[in-house]
Design a protein around this ligand. Structure first.
Ligand code: NAP
Ligand code: L37
Length: 318
């Protein structure tokens, strides 16, 4: 675990001094991810000098041209370059057929200099493409997003040391560990059950021995479920949906949401908020992640971690 440092900040108590309410400690994913990337850089430097010029290889496959995907991919490529990972970006046009996407994946699967392959989701295509089929075409040994049925199945059965963990939940777990709060025996609530965030987060908390409740759009009384959580992870895609008043006092609140809302005071006319109403939640939570600067940067760092992990395995078996 990382020792407490600049990535822990007490929220400024201006206007709240003397209040009996707790003020959350901010967990900075931005700072934590910086430390992780520095550690990975050192490890990659060692690999490169030991195996004369060898570099871990990552390929990001994109279909189409979504603005959000473009932004996330450029962040991933920058992080990789800084660490010494040889990252390539392949963008297929939105007219690409399912067959063409599958062919690209097959050729990367066979390319020995690429240790990690991710297909940036969602696919942006004019054709009917089966996302599940595409994801499962990725070789499980190179599936650094941890989204193939093989890796997801292993995670759901608790085989945590024999699979790739999806980047966002893995990042959330690191953030939770960093608080020092004990996961085993705790009551954890996950909002959302998607394959990329909610479902693997549930599994990861469960196999770290929390008692887990997963909520979704049909959950009847969300405030009631949220109020039971010692640890709350939210990935619903609904701006500021979780209100501070719902929280158990002192809870760990991890906000995966990335939502753009109108803000006339900003030059762009909009700003990014999470799925948690930060102002009210930070009055009750014990620990909270900000948006931006929380889970997002950890997702990127975990992709780098998974790529280095994959490279280590390939070197071992070569
Ligand atoms: P998704 O595929 O749309 O899934 C959303 C989940 O939330 C679904 O399971 C849905 O339930 C549930 N949900 C929606 N409205 C709800 C409500 N009112 N009450 C309770 N549950 C509700 O989204 P996703 O891909 O998991 O992403 C979720 C959020 O995380 C988005 O804001 C996304 O941008 C963000 N994200 C962030 C990162 C990062 O690195 N920070 C990475 C990935 C995603 P049903 O299953 O019943 O439909
Ligand atoms: N690995 N991640 C992987 N595979 C995918 O298929 N879709 C997807 C995925 N998601 C993803 O890349 N998400 C993501 C989300 C946010 C950031 C990075 C990746 C990020 O860097 N967020 C910043 C900036 C947010 C903003 O201004 O929009 C943050 O601080 O949260």
């Amino acid at each position: 675990m990382l020792s407490s440092g600049p990535h822990f900040m007490r929220l400024a108590a201006s206007g709240c001094l003397g209040s009996s309410r707790s003020i959350a400690t901010i967990i900075s994913g931005k700072e934590m991810s910086k430390l992780l990337r520095e550690r990975l850089k050192k490890e990659v430097q060692k690999m490169t000098s030991e195996f004369s010029g060898f570099k871990p290889g990552l390929l990001v496959l994109q279909v189409g041209d979504r603005d959000d995907s473009n932004l996330y991919i450029s962040t991933k490529l920058k992080a990789a370059a800084q660490i010494g990972i040889d990252a390539k970006h392949v963008r297929l046009p939105n007219t690409a057929t399912q067959h063409e996407v599958l062919q690209s994946i097959m050729s990367v699967n066979e390319n020995r200099s690429i240790h990690g392959l991710i297909v940036q989701l969602p696919l942006d295509s004019v054709n009917a493409i089966d996302t599940e089929l595409i994801i499962n075409a990725v070789s499980p040994e190179k599936d650094v997003d941890g989204l193939t049925c093989i890796n997801a199945g292993k995670l759901s059965r608790g085989e945590l040391n024999d699979c790739f963990l999806p980047c966002t939940p893995r990042g959330c777990m690191e953030l939770i560990r960093h608080t020092g709060v004990t996961v085993a025996g705790s009551s954890a609530v996950v909002i959302g059950r998607s394959k990329i965030v909610g479902a693997p987060m549930h599994d990861l908390l469960l196999w770290n021995h929390a008692t887990v409740t997963t909520c979704h759009s049909k959950t009847r009384d969300l405030p009631e479920q949220v109020s039971r959580a010692d640890i709350l992870v939210v990935g619903a895609g609904k701006a500021e949906m979780i209100r501070g008043e719902w929280l158990k006092e002192g809870a760990v609140v991890i906000d995966c949401g990335i939502n753009h809302i109108p803000d006339p005071t900003k030059e762009s006319g909009k700003r990014v908020v999470g799925d948690v109403h930060y102002a009210s939640a930070s009055q009750r939570a014990g620990f909270i992640t900000p948006v931006p600067g929380g889970v997002g940067p950890m997702t990127v760092a975990m992709l780098m971690e998974n790529t280095v992990q994959s490279t280590r395995r390939f070197l071992k078996h070569d």
